[in-house]
Design a protein around this ligand. Structure first.
Ligand code: ZN
Length: 66
């Protein structure tokens, strides 16, 4: 499974190398990996992996960074 993320160095979207799931504040998931071209760390917020209840009551809309 490949995760595409934006590389700030290449200024392009790339497939992450060695993507790892990480937990963020607020219970969100993100994927962290490396750019296959320049090796820069990449980070992609995955938002909600699945709708598993609406506990918390945060009025946060998913931030689309496309
Ligand atoms: Zn890069």
């Amino acid at each position: 499974m490949s995760i595409t993320a934006y590389c700030v160095k290449c200024k392009e979207k790339r497939d992450m190398v060695d993507p790892q799931e990480v937990d963020m504040k607020g219970g969100r998931k993100a994927m962290q990996g490396k750019c296959p071209v320049c090796g820069t760390k990449m980070f992609r917020i995955m938002g909600k992996p699945k709708a598993e209840g609406m506990a918390g009551g945060m009025p946060s809309a998913p931030a689309a960074m496309e």
